[in-house]
Design a protein around this ligand. Structure first.
Ligand code: GDP
Ligand code: IMO
Ligand code: MG
Length: 422
């Protein structure tokens, strides 16, 4: 069995959608395994740019089968909107997109709760996407979540939704949040999920069968390793495991099914929302990254915080995911920087370290940099790795040495064909 797991190595938005699409011409099955519509994966083909939140990114190829795995929290209204938008441009997914009966539903009260909890956090707000992700995973862990399989019985589903709205209303009352109308929410949920019912199946069995038959299977990670609820910059993280472990538990595939782990990293770093970001650059360099890289959130439109590549964090993510190959994206965005910096260690409490500290001490981490000459070349026409500017290849060699993983793919632009394989 040789399944490929593709994982974001930073704080999300590394270009996972672009890379998944670029390699999906030869893929049979693409699986989303964790997260939900907090993900925004951009795929640009020709003049059309699409942002996919729940639909696996490889599905713009007509023969690719997509699975929304058991680890995903699924907003049925969002999925329907996405399916409608795709259908209107000729991408019909019926018969090749399947949803796990074990996945959990994100319902309107989860989004209300997300907003309310952020307000309660005050100055300590996480800056969530407000897609209801945290509250949906809270319900899952609290064992009161509603699973997708329950939509098969609309009468029972209606009762369950009403019961949950009543429970949430008790909290909303205490928080001074407007109460929800359980019957109205339940009717809307029953209506929306009716449409999705034909897509619901046992994706765990499908994923395992595909892997056992030697099909080309790709698990598309969402978010990034530094947003992982266990290994990320807690508490400024998402509520799922975005590491390899979460991709396994969220798809139902066993560890030995994985043949290759591809980690996607930007040639610099970005972060949306609050939390530690030692290499953040609030000066000209960071602004140039934001302008040239169009660093505005795909899901929320928020400006992304920008800064230099952080090898302390990258090495940690490569190590904890067992990354075999790095896909380095947005290398073109560095063009025009007078020099290129990469952080090699931090000073924390007066001591230099190459280990990633846990959240609390991370806040005061001061990065130490290695500095490289910049380059001015436009990478748009570059078609082989060896034709990349020498200055960029030097940075790549340094990254490989520091992380102990090969850079096997370099992305030089948002287009499918702006992808150099090595
Ligand atoms: P994801 O969440 O990891 O899929 O990443 P996003 O789609 O949220 O953000 C990546 C952004 O960078 C999107 O706008 C992509 O179209 C764009 N992008 C991806 N790869 C490249 C690249 O190599 N160069 C440039 N300039 N843009 C890229
Ligand atoms: P993709 O898959 C970037 C961030 C949010 C916030 C924190 C918690 O496109 O890379 P949540 O709504 O998950 O409770 O928010 O996580 N976040 C992302 N940042 N890319 C993402 O997904 C993200 N998904 C969540 O900005 O800081
Ligand atoms: Mg994104």
């Amino acid at each position: 069995m040789a399944v490929t797991a593709l994982i974001g190595l930073q704080w999300g938005d590394e270009g996972k959608g672009k890379v998944v699409d670029a390699v999906s011409g030869s893929v049979d099955v693409v699986i989303r395994a964790q997260g939900g519509a907090n993900a925004g994966h951009t795929v640009k083909v020709g003049d059309t740019t699409r942002v996919l939140h729940l639909v696996p990114s490889g599905m713009l190829y007509p023969d690719v089968v997509g699975l929304i795995g058991n680890g995903v929290v699924l907003d049925p209204f969002q999925l329907i909107a996405e399916l409608d938008a795709l259908a209107s441009s000729g991408h019909v997914l019926d018969g090749r997109l399947w949803i796990s009966d074990r996945a959990h539903l994100v319902l309107p009260y989860h989004k209300e709760m997300d907003e309310a909890l952020e307000l309660l956090r005050g100055g300590g707000a996480i800056g969530t996407t407000k897609r209801g992700i945290g509250p949906a995973y809270m319900d899952k862990a609290g064992r009161v979540g509603i699973r997708v399989g329950e939509i098969a019985d609309p009468g029972a589903l209606r009762e369950r939704v009403i019961e949950q709205v009543e429970a949430k209303n008790r909290l909303f009352g205490a928080l001074d949040v407007k109460l929800m109308d359980g019957a109205a929410v339940a009717d809307a949920v029953v209506e929306a999920t009716r449409r999705l019912a034909p897509m619901v199946t046992d994706t765990v069995s499908m994923a395992n069968a595909a892997a056992e038959q030697g099909k080309e299977v790709l698990i598309e990670g969402a978010q990034g390793s530094l947003l992982d609820v266990d290994l990320g910059t807690y508490p400024y993280v998402t509520s799922s495991n975005c590491h390899l472990g979460g991709l396994l538990s969220g798809s139902g595939l066993p560890p030995r099914a994985i043949g290759r782990v591809v980690g996607v990293a930007k040639a610099y770093c970005t972060r949306v929302g609050a939390g530690p970001f030692p290499t953040e650059d609030n000066g000209e360099a960071g602004q140039q990254m934001r302008d040239k890289g169009h660093e505005y959130g795909s899901t929320t439109g928020r400006p992304r915080r920008c800064g230099w590549l952080d090898l302390v964090a990258l090495r940690f993510a490569v190590r904890t995911n067992g990354v075999d190959e790095i896909a380095l994206t947005k290398s073109d965005v560095l063009s025009g920087q007078p020099s290129i910096k990469v952080a090699t260690s931090y000073v924390v409490d007066g001591e230099e370290t190459t280990d990633l500290p846990a959240g609390v001490r991370f806040d005061g981490a001061e990065p130490c940099y290695a500095e490289f000459p910049g380059f001015d070349d436009d990478l748009a026409g570059v078609s082989t790795f060896d034709d990349l500017p020498g200055a960029l290849r030097d940075v790549i060699a340094f990254v490989e040495e520091a992380c102990g993983a090969r850079v096997a793919l370099v992305s030089t632009g948002p287009e499918r064909d702006q992808t150099l394989h090595r």
